[in-house]
Write a protein that binds this ligand. Structure first.
Ligand SMILES: C[S@@+](CC[C@H](N)C(=O)[O-])C[C@H]1O[C@@H](n2cnc3c(N)ncnc32)[C@H](O)[C@@H]1O
Length: 245
């Protein structure tokens, strides 16, 4: 049976991603938030998944909102954030229900932008982020590079099981169309479910030119989790964009 992306994966996402150091990642985001021209008191994580960044970005002096396309991921986000006061809202990042000028910062982490398969989707996303950002506010996003995928996730297999739920993952990179495929088969309750994920991999110059088409300005670009400029060895790149008018 085919399932929509993240509907089944949500049940075990945090275990599959147990190797990810979200605390360190959130510290990096906090560093990048300092590039904002305005004091950051309100943040939207526009594809927050299970809310692991939010957990570490939260503070008394900040309002944080989590949004995601996947209701199941948001359910896990609520549990991860102790059913606290953070609102979690189902939204497509390309067209949200938030008011104009609502946030000081918007973040979109961990390859989420790579799900915007058409360049027109990226443009829609940038227009939407610009609409809901305050003037002087910033948009921080990261993208995975072809280097990372060909190094580690081309023809990659993984399998595991917990609490009666087993999964197999096969990942491969298609050089021809620059698509990264992640296919999951889940077995539980005697049934099998397949989830197919596709992400587009643009190169650094393509991302730069997409930002140029938006009303935001690219203010900084950083390699991996450093404050160094990206190079051909970068596996993940963080962009900091500003709404300047
Ligand atoms: C790799 S996960 C990252 C989740 C989270 N940011 C993290 O760091 O763990 C990608 C997320 O993007 C979300 N997503 C994909 N397409 C989306 C869209 N059009 N609008 C909002 N979220 C989307 C997925 O539901 C998923 O939660």
């Amino acid at each position: 049976m085919n399932s929509i992306p993240y509907s089944r994966l949500a049940l075990i996402y945090d275990r599959v991603m147990a190797h990810v150091n979200y605390k360190m990642w959130a510290q990096h985001i906090n560093t990048l938030l300092q590039f904002s021209d305005i004091k950051v008191r309100s943040i939207l994580d526009i594809s927050c998944g299970t809310g692991k960044h939010i957990k570490f970005l939260s503070s008394k002096r900040r309002e944080i909102v989590g949004a995601d396309l996947s209701f199941q991921m948001l359910k896990a986000a609520q549990v991860n954030n102790n059913k606290g006061k953070t609102p979690f809202i189902t939204n497509d990042a390309r067209q949200t229900a938030f008011k104009a000028n609502a946030f000081d910062a918007v973040v979109m982490m961990y390859d989420s932008i790579n799900y915007m398969l058409e360049k027109s989707d990226v443009i829609l996303l940038f227009d939407e982020v610009c609409r809901i950002l305050k003037t002087g506010g910033i948009f921080i996003f990261d993208f995975v590079t072809e280097q990372a995928l060909t190094d580690s996730y081309d023809d990659y297999y993984e399998s595991n099981s917990w609490d009666g739920l087993a999964y197999e993952r096969h990942s491969w990179f298609s050089k021809k169309d620059k698509f990264q495929h992640n296919e999951f088969i889940f077995l539980f309750n005697g049934k099998s479910y397949k989830e197919s994920h596709i992400q587009i991999i643009h190169d650094l110059n393509e991302w730069r030119s997409l930002v140029k088409k938006s009303k935001m300005q690219l203010s900084h670009e950083f390699s991996n989790f450093s404050l160094l400029a990206p190079d051909k060895y970068s596996e993940r790149i963080h962009f900091v964009c500003k709404k300047v008018f």
